[in-house]
Design a protein around this ligand. Structure first.
Ligand code: GLY
Length: 367
């Protein structure tokens, strides 16, 4: 297994995803990117900065540069334009110009927000993703989707802007809370279900090692998920077609996330949304009952929920119609034709979606 994956667009290498066990190689990466004489601003949140910011400041200073930092309050509530305005202010005060660079040190919120600021400040400056959560490593740091929430609408404002590099330090996974770690596993199970039945099988077989965070197993898992994400985003960088397959579980998942006022983590809501989408796939006759049960057992076995209570089914449905995954007024629903193969379906009816919603409100949940 390599420690580096290159992402190409139009057959041109655009950036590398580096899988390391520390930040020791970051200096070399900055050298390779030719960042001498640039100003660098490390953007992080109040949780992650306590753990890794000092170390990163030290590395960037060793590179011979003055370094700015911008730390904002951790959590989805900060993922908005107000935080972006404060970051713009900071960059303007520090006289950042178009050659300068941002480093996003944190999970999905930090990566998406920093990427959006990088995409829009002076019409676009460079940025490096240093994801510290499992979800950010395998999903949000790759593929150039950046953005912020707008009122309660998730990721409603954004831009495609590719990072200059994605630097993954796998050892940061050991400091994640179990909720955060499991939430990342939601996206990882998704990768197996939509693209690779063997990977799904491998995840089930390595349940214990994954849960006990064995380093070599985590590395293989992150590597395989990054390879799947790379394959999808290379073929369809701007989500004009098959990139939408990555939204499997997200239509109902986002609705639940919003109606629960973001009290559940994104990966947990994706797990619930996947259960609903699998139920619809089963009702359509694409999955056998045993396969549906196997998926539910698998999701639960990674301590992720498949069920939500206290929500009104009609409200969940209405929230799905406000999701941005709509096209010409139709919901672009992602279903499984079998385990390891997903497809986009715009013909899923309200009745089918309501069936899926009823399922997640009433199904058996072992967790
Ligand atoms: N997180 C889904 C995507 O990158 O398209």
């Amino acid at each position: 297994m390599n420690s580096s994956i290159t992402v190409h667009y139009n057959n041109q290498p655009i950036y590398d995803i580096l899988l390391e066990n520390s930040y020791a190689q970051l200096l070399e990466e900055l050298n390779e990117l030719g960042t001498d004489n640039l100003k660098i601003c490390i953007v992080s949140d109040t949780n992650v900065s306590k753990l890794y910011l000092e170390e990163l400041i030290h590395i960037v200073k060793n590179h011979g540069q003055a370094v700015e930092t911008f730390v904002f309050e951790a959590g989805e509530d900060s993922k908005n334009l107000d935080t972006v305005y404060s970051l713009y202010d900071h960059l303007i005060q520090a006289k950042f110009d178009r050659k300068d660079l941002l480093i996003a040190l944190g999970g999905g919120v930090v990566g998406d927000l920093t990427g959006y600021a990088a995409a829009t400040y002076l019409r676009g400056i460079g940025f490096i993703q240093i994801p510290t959560s499992l979800l950010a490593m395998v999903d949000s740091s790759i593929g150039g989707k950046t953005g912020v929430d707008f009122h309660s609408y998730k990721n409603m404002i954004g831009a495609f802007h590719q990072p200059a590099s994605v630097y993954i330090n796998l050892s940061t996974l050991t400091s994640l809370s179990s909720n955060q770690y499991n939430a990342g596993l939601g996206e990882i199970i998704k990768h197996g279900l939509i693209k690779d039945a063997n990977y799904y099988q491998w995840l089930k077989e390595h349940n214990n090692e994954i849960k006990s965070r064995e380093v070599h197993v985590m590395k293989e898992m992150v590597y395989r998920s990054c390879m799947i994400k790379r394959e999808v985003v290379e073929k369809d960088p701007k989500e004009l077609s098959d990139r939408a397959l990555l939204n499997f579980g997200h239509t109902i998942g986002h609705a639940v996330e919003k109606l629960m006022n973001f009290k559940l983590l994104h990966g947990e809501c994706v797990a619930i949304g996947m259960a609903a989408a699998c139920y619809i796939s089963y009702k359509r006759g694409y999955l056998l009952k045993e396969e549906l049960e196997d998926i539910i057992t698998c999701i639960n076995s990674f301590d992720l929920p498949v069920k939500v209570s206290g929500l009104n089914p009609e409200e969940i449905f209405q929230a799905t119609t406000h999701d941005k995954k709509m096209e010409s007024g139709k919901i672009k629903f992602i279903l499984l034709s079998k385990i390891g193969k997903a497809f986009i379906d715009t013909s899923v009816t309200k009745e089918e979606i309501m069936d899926g919603i009823q399922y997640i409100l009433t199904c058996e949940d072992a967790s």
